[in-house]
Write a protein that binds this ligand. Structure first.
Ligand code: F3S
Length: 380
């Protein structure tokens, strides 16, 4: 891979964090056949819950000794930083989690602790990014038309520190072309559709044909599910996403109708926790939750809702009204990366991503329904 003189110097830097970051980017570039590094506008770091990275990860982060060069944000942690006790998080976990965030702040990362960084700051079409967090990656590529590969937490940190990423994969326009048309028939739930599509596709990029326009929130759920059950990092939708017309129409076709989505009906258990907000809820989704609660009444089961701290702080009245029905709105974390979920037996979600990861990571049974189904269940 070609390196400029300045990049060569960084590779030989006496600062081990800078030299190691360059080594990581060069190694990745060589594996994937990149010819050069390109500048990025932002990095997003995932995998920062103490539950996931433990003491080894914490030590690694504390050893970092350089500042990020570009705006760098971070994913949800293992607890709400203000209400961790209410979540049942113990003091030791809390202290370790705080240390992780302090280590990231020390390198200049912004502790937004959300998987929806695109709600906080405008990301533009064509912008190059180095994001980890599969749901944010697929949203940035597909819905916004920005460009990022599926980075790991470590490569996102390296890119943040150097301000660059290897130029390969989805950074290159022609690699974003679809390989297969997926016809979705009927009024299909976006999480269910994404769950199914992700499990069918191998590494192909789909061009979806759908009967109706999806909202941005639905596109978020569709992509998050697709990226969880498969390796998807981009999709196109005819007439809806920004790059769908830029390429020819693939020959290969797959048909999916509501009968194909029956597999989600197998996820049935009697929930003792209903959890919404995977990915973190938007303001519109919070309003939908409130509307559903106003129609149904006070909760009789635990209803946990996850959104970013910034959205919560900007919508205090909305959050208070949701909580007046007995729900709890948490920030900085989510039902998948927090150990708090483990004390429950069955968790009901409206997210194909949470459906995929909760049994694996939190060892709980799962049940699936729409946002409105979930709220209804919480009051019965
Ligand atoms: Fe976000 Fe947690 Fe889901 S990080 S996408 S809410 S698993």
């Amino acid at each position: 891979m070609y390196l400029s003189r300045e990049e060569e110097k960084l590779l030989d830097s006496s600062n081990p964090t800078i030299a190691k970051s360059m080594e990581i980017l060069v190694a990745l570039g060589e594996i994937y056949g990149a010819e050069e590094l390109i500048e990025i506008n932002s990095a997003h770091i995932s995998g920062i819950s103490y539950q996931n990275i433990g003491d080894a990860g914490l030590e690694w982060l504390e050893d970092l000794d350089s500042e990020v060069k570009v705006k760098t944000t971070i994913n949800p942690a293992g607890m709400d930083f203000q209400r961790w006790q209410e979540m049942g998080i113990d003091k030791e976990f809390c202290e370790k989690q705080k240390k992780i965030i302090r280590a990231l702040e020390k390198i200049g990362a912004k502790p937004v602790m959300t998987c929806t960084p695109y709600y906080l700051e405008d990301i533009s079409y064509g912008e190059h990014l180095a994001w980890a967090e599969s749901s944010a990656i697929i949203y940035a590529n597909s819905v916004i038309g920005a460009r990022t590969n599926r980075e790991s937490g470590i490569s996102a940190i390296a890119s943040g520190i150097i301000g660059k990423t290897p130029y390969y994969g989805l950074h290159i326009k022609e690699n974003r072309a679809p390989h297969v048309v997926v016809n979705l028939q009927g009024d299909i739930d976006p999480s269910a559709a994404g769950y199914r599509i992700g499990s069918i596709l191998k590494n192909e990029i789909p061009l979806l044909r759908v009967d109706r326009e999806f909202t941005r929130d639905e596109l978020k759920l569709l992509g998050a599910a697709m990226a969880a059950t498969g390796n998807a990092a981009i999709y196109h939708i005819e007439g809806q996403t920004p790059e769908w017309e830029d390429f020819g129409t693939p020959q290969e076709k797959i048909e999916i109708d509501s009968k194909d989505l029956k597999e989600l009906e197998e996820f049935r258990c009697d929930p003792d926790l209903i959890a919404l907000g995977c990915p973190h809820l938007s303001v519109d989704e919070l309003k939908r939750v409130l509307g559903a609660l106003e129609r149904t009444g006070k909760t009789t089961r635990e209803l946990w809702i996850f959104t970013s701290r910034k959205i919560a702080e900007q919508n205090v009245d909305l959050i208070d009204r949701i909580e007046s029905y007995g729900a709890r709105v948490f920030s900085d974390t989510c039902m998948v990366v927090s150990p708090a979920t483990e004390k429950y037996r069955c968790v009901m979600v409206n997210s194909g991503k949470a459906l995929t990861y909760l049994p694996k990571l939190r060892k709980v049974d799962v049940s699936f329904g729409t946002l409105e189904d979930c709220v209804k269940k919480a009051v019965t």
